[in-house]
Write a protein that binds this ligand. Structure first.
Ligand SMILES: [Mn+2]
Length: 321
């Protein structure tokens, strides 16, 4: 579903556009939002950005991040004539009240295979490395400039969703696109420093606690990590500081499935799932009420940690049968 023509038309016709991304936004969601924001502003549009959970600290350095509003005070629907959903596999994950924007056209730009096309108009490509790549294409088709601020956002989107140009979705086309962004003013070193080398000491203390929970199961095919609320308290950290922890489980030799579980901000538990083999972890996440891709997915769980671990370990072991 790639309705480029209709997408360009609806954006051209709109005067005031609201950009939204999913709950617990990641680098692709935020980077796509910032990248598109600057391009639309240059076209003379009024642009609002609102995420239920705001912008994670590691992306605050992006020019425009301070303009993203958050929480349940949504912009009034009458101030908006087009809503664009970025990197969000299903409408529920936006966390928006169902009726608030019901009368608005919705442009749905995403690369999750599970996206059923909940927009009025859809730009969906499960083969795109990141939603940021689709946003760059849209900006080009609209004949809008890619400013340095825009390029920085889109670079963050592509860098984070390719695991810093390491994952299976890192193709020659990705490097070509990234080269364009650097030519347009994206700054790889300051971006990498902001995203990966701006840890507070508490985050490393939390990582140390987390690594102590490591468990290898299923005959060396699955690796498990978790943190609990007490660890946040002891180290002065919160859920945002666990970004990337699942990669430590994934990095173990011969591991096929990596799982990391931590408390969310709302009493629930959030699980991050990764696959390094032919096992489709997106499928498992979906069966648990979450979503994602074949190699990276997530879900929200409710209950006590030992019960959640047991439930998930059963589900993962069944994948290897
Ligand atoms: Mn993405």
């Amino acid at each position: 579903m790639l309705d480029w023509q209709q997408a360009c038309q609806v954006v051209t016709d709109a005067n005031s556009i609201l950009l939204v991304t999913h709950r617990n936004p990641d680098g692709d969601g935020i980077g796509s939002q910032i990248g598109l924001y600057h391009a639309l502003k240059a076209a003379g549009k009024q642009v609002l950005m609102h995420n239920l959970d705001g912008v994670p600290r590691i992306y605050h350095f992006l020019d425009g991040a301070e303009k993203v509003t958050s929480g349940r005070n949504f912009p009034p629907a009458e101030d908006v004539d087009l809503m664009i959903s970025l990197d969000c596999g299903n409408r529920h994950r936006l966390g928006l009240p169902d009726d608030l924007f019901d009368h608005l056209p919705l442009l749905n730009i995403d690369h999750h295979a599970s996206n059923i096309g909940f927009g009025t108009i859809n730009l969906l490509d499960p083969h795109a490395c990141a939603t940021g790549a689709l946003v760059l294409e849209l900006i080009r088709r609209l004949d809008l400039p890619v400013s340095a601020a825009s390029a920085n956002g889109l670079y963050v989107a592509i860098m984070t969703d390719t695991g810093s140009f390491r994952h299976a979705n890192t193709t020659a086309a990705v490097f070509r696109m990234t080269a364009e962004l650097v030519e347009a003013g994206a700054k790889p070193w300051p971006i990498a420093m902001s995203v990966y080398e701006s840890n507070v000491p508490g985050r490393l203390q939390l990582l140390s606690d987390c690594l102590n929970t490591m468990e290898v199961r299923d005959g060396g095919r699955s690796a498990w990590l978790h943190v609990h609320q007490g660890m946040y308290g002891r180290t002065g950290t919160d859920m945002e500081d666990t970004e990337g922890f699942v990669e430590y489980a994934r990095s173990i030799q011969d591991i096929e499935v990596a799982i990391f579980i931590r408390p969310g901000n709302d009493g629930s538990w959030k699980a991050s799932l990764r696959s390094k083999s032919s096992i489709d972890i997106g499928h498992l996440a979906e069966s648990l009420g979450g979503g994602g891709h074949r190699f990276a997915a997530g879900c929200t769980l409710h209950g006590k940690l030992p019960d959640i671990l047991e439930q998930m370990q059963k589900a993962v072991s069944a994948l290897f049968d």
